[in-house]
Design a protein around this ligand. Sequence first.
Ligand SMILES: NC(=O)c1ccc[n+]([C@@H]2O[C@H](COP(=O)([O-])OP(=O)(O)OC[C@H]3O[C@@H](n4cnc5c(N)ncnc54)[C@H](O)[C@@H]3O)[C@@H](O)[C@H]2O)c1
Ligand SMILES: O=c1ccn([C@@H]2O[C@H](COP(=O)(O)OP(=O)(O)O[C@H]3O[C@H](CO)[C@H](O)[C@H](O)[C@H]3O)[C@@H](O)[C@H]2O)c(=O)[nH]1
Length: 331
Amino acid sequence: MSRPVLVTGGAGYIGSHAVLALRDAGHRVVVIDNLSNGVARALPPDVPLEVANIADADAVKAVIRRHDIRDVLHFAGSVRVEESVADPLKYYDNNTAASRSFIAAAIEMGVERLVFSSTAATYGIPDRVAVTEDTPTRPINPYGWSKLMTEQMLRDVVAVTPGFRVAILRYFNVAGADPLGRTGQRTQNATHLIKVASEVATGKRPSMQIFGTDYETADGTCVRDYIHVSDLAEAHVLVLSWLLDHGPIGLFNCGYGKGYSVREVLAAMGRVAGKAVRAEDAPPRPGDPPALISDASALRQQLGWVPRYDDLDQIIKTAFDWEQHLAQEKP
Ligand SMILES: NC(=O)c1ccc[n+]([C@@H]2O[C@H](COP(=O)([O-])OP(=O)(O)OC[C@H]3O[C@@H](n4cnc5c(N)ncnc54)[C@H](O)[C@@H]3O)[C@@H](O)[C@H]2O)c1
Ligand SMILES: O=c1ccn([C@@H]2O[C@H](COP(=O)(O)OP(=O)(O)O[C@H]3O[C@H](CO)[C@H](O)[C@H](O)[C@H]3O)[C@@H](O)[C@H]2O)c(=O)[nH]1
């Protein structure tokens, strides 16, 4: 691929890791990000950063024209489950409506391949524990719905747009940081479990809460399938190549197929940090399913994806190391 790949939301957490993975694989990259939750310093200085909203069709078209884009990784969006419950229209606006506008502009400008960041939140509370791609989708929060609606738009558009191919990646719980320390999660007022636990372990927060201790799980706390962000980024590079001669639509779960409870995650953080993480039991958080674990065998079998960091302590160590780096970073 000699043309650059356009990465929307590339200044954010997962997007900045995808930028590194693309460059490590020899691709050139251009980023569109409105910096609502990302920062320019998440990117290598020689990556062109176009500061724009993906809903601004004129700006998007100008970027695609200027850089002669055919391939897009579409990460830009809003990502907090509990915020989506409190402010649903923000999610239908920034995830669904903004994506609609972006997709229209991209197709008009001749984009041929698009990889969309979707989520395990589209499954809601699944009947079976190991969730395959054909498990029924029944979101239980507006975040999941906002992503599922975008998936459906993409399917409908692909059906009537010859030459336009799409891969939908449903991420389970993304965590950790680049093992070389080049980027990591910078989110302010973070709500993700491993990020919050890293902040407690490094002293940025005094303590944290365990949301819900009476779920029907082995220890009563929620179970999730945590995937290292660099393995996820690598999956994006593979899926872009896959789209060159497959399609018109692909759907892949992204996870390791293993579940860990909130208490197990906090115990691992305690091991890595060398001291226990201070946490108190608290009521359940609205919109949280008890357990979500992927069956991601399609990603391994069809794309040849071989994860490198499939180990909870390793994920947590990279998150903790990154948090220590942030604590020393100059403003
Ligand atoms: N973090 C997870 O566990 C997780 C799980 C499943 C899916 N996802 C999806 O992955 C994607 C990236 O998530 P993340 O964790 O890196 O979040 P993030 O907030 O770190 O990154 C999102 C980036 O998009 C940018 N952005 C947001 N709205 C924009 C807009 N309208 N125009 C331009 N830029 C915009 C933000 O500034 C930010 O840099 C999201 O689409 C999210 O829904 C994340
Ligand atoms: O301080 C905290 C933070 C989280 N949790 C618990 O830890 C688990 C994981 O919570 P996260 O906020 O880290 O992740 P979610 O499972 O809520 O959601 C994440 O994963 C989903 C898919 O599984 C979506 O993709 C979504 O984008 C992404 O935020 C949940 O049971 C939550 O209640 C706590 O107990 N205390």
